[in-house]
Design a protein around this ligand. Structure first.
Ligand code: AMP
Length: 171
């Protein structure tokens, strides 16, 4: 795991002063690193009957489809507003300043389907919590959430009580 950490580039003051950005592109370009990433992200959910893996725009799109492939599940994109062409459900959530919104196609998940949500970083948890709401609005059962990185000090888990959360790397 420390090897994987060494493959993640830490960029200070991006996208704004005071933020230490964890850049996973340096992990993705490493063949063994990428393989470990996909294997590890899905490992805890093998045999759990996952029907759909949700990836969150934009960085979740990079590896959620590969995790879905590994789990023999389908892939579902959750996108920023007005990007999806057919009928959508929308959820709004609080940012530090103001609100943001995410959308999912209404027919992306059938009632009762088992859903895994994946993203690169669990920070404050606002984004992930919003996505659990979207999946549940459609009747999906959120079996778990998988992250490459969890920023423990931001306590994102507190916004996701009762959910199974698996993070590969902790900071
Ligand atoms: P959250 O605060 O948990 O809602 O995080 C929102 C999104 O921002 C997540 O999808 C992450 O991809 C991204 N993010 C937040 N903090 C960082 C960080 N320090 N480095 C890289 N990505 C981040």
């Amino acid at each position: 795991m420390n090897h994987l950490k060494s493959l993640i580039r830490e960029v200070p003051d991006f996208p704004k002063p005071g933020i230490l950005f964890y850049d996973i592109t340096t992990l993705l370009k490493d063949a063994q690193g990428l393989r470990s990433l996909i294997d590890e992200l899905g490992a805890g959910y093998v045999g759990k009957g996952i029907d759909k893996v949700i990836g969150i725009e934009a960085r979740g799109f990079i590896f959620a489809p590969a995790v879905a492939y590994a789990l023999n599940a389908g892939f579902v994109p959750v996108r920023k507003p007005k990007k999806l062409p057919a009928a959508t459900e929308r959820v709004e959530y609080q940012l530090e300043y103001g609100t943001d919104a995410l959308e999912i196609h209404r027919d992306a998940i059938q009632a009762g389907e088992h859903v895994l949500i994946v993203d690169d970083v669990l920070a404050t948890g606002g984004t992930a919590a919003a996505v659990t709401k979207l999946a549940e609005k459609l009747g999906g059962r959120v079996v778990g959430l998988g992250f490459v990185i969890e920023l423990d000090f931001l306590k994102g888990r507190e916004k996701l009580p009762g959910y199974d959360i698996q993070a590969m790397l902790h900071y």
